[in-house]
Design a protein around this ligand. Structure first.
Ligand SMILES: [Zn+2]
Length: 256
């Protein structure tokens, strides 16, 4: 990993980050390439969340098309113009459904933001960021005014809790520990700021495996399932952060 550099994200990186973000989440396992335009309907009984990708999706894919729930992903969708479930037209996931520039700027404005861009010979290929758990306002992705009391009821001191918002590596750079590196550099930053807890919402097994490696092989404590996104929340204590392993890892890259 001798040519890899990790760099603190600032507002001037929004453009660069925006294209890496879109590239990461249009790939597996998210496939956020196109989505049914029925996704934005306010009436839940009419809403249609079916996503479409030009890629072939694996046969054992975790979130296949479910016509009755209007969820899941349709693969090999090149040339399709309308939804196979409800017939509405398809739109680009980014930025027509989710404007990733707004999402990135929103994150950068959060109290306690710590984020890194990963670059190989100045080509960005990954990112990770997080911030102190917000309590007052929701983000585009998380309803924090609902989640904060749930964390509090689980005995978590919100004032000393860092929330892991995003982690992504473009598909052809995955493997070789780059996801671990991306997550570790942000968590090392949080650790140095004296946070007690790390919380994350994820249904991605690879993310959980990365976090176990950062926290001395400890399993995260499962807290509850998110009331909006059907994904579980977990907590780790920074006291189990594997300082030795992570400082060895971080010594292999250039930090800017
Ligand atoms: Zn549809």
């Amino acid at each position: 990993m001798e040519s890899i550099a990790v760099r603190r994200i600032s507002l001037k990186d929004v453009g660069k980050l925006s294209s890496v973000y879109k590239e990461v989440f249009s790939g597996p396992p998210w496939y956020e390439e196109r989505v049914c335009s029925g996704v934005s309907l306010s009436d839940e009984s009419e809403r249609c969340n079916v996503q479409y990708t030009s890629r072939k999706i694996p046969t054992d894919y975790q979130w296949p098309l479910d016509k009755s729930k209007r969820t899941g992903v349709v693969g090999n969708a090149n040339g399709l113009e309308s939804c196979v479930v409800c017939g509405r037209e398809l739109i680009d996931f980014y930025p027509d459904f989710v404007n990733q520039n707004d999402l990135i700027r929103e994150a950068l404005s959060k109290e306690g933001f710590i984020g890194y861009l990963l670059e190989d010979k100045q080509n960005p290929f990954g990112f990770s960021w997080g911030y102190k758990v917000p309590t007052e306002t929701r983000t585009k992705s998380v309803n924090f005014p609902r989640i904060a009391p749930m964390l509090d009821s689980a005995g978590i001191n919100l004032e000393r809790t860092f929330y892991g918002a995003e982690l992504g590596i473009v598909e052809d750079k995955q493997g070789s520990g780059r996801g671990l590196l991306a997550s570790a550099v942000r968590l090392n930053g949080a650790r140095l700021q004296d946070y007690e807890n790390f919380v994350v919402r994820t249904k991605n097994g690879r993310v959980l495996s990365i976090l176990r490696r950062i926290f001395s092989e400890q399993e995260g404590r499962l807290l509850f399932v998110d009331p909006e996104k059907n994904a579980p929340w977990y907590v780790w204590k920074f006291e189990s952060f594997d300082k030795e392993r992570i400082s060895t890892l971080l010594s292999t890259v250039k930090q800017e």
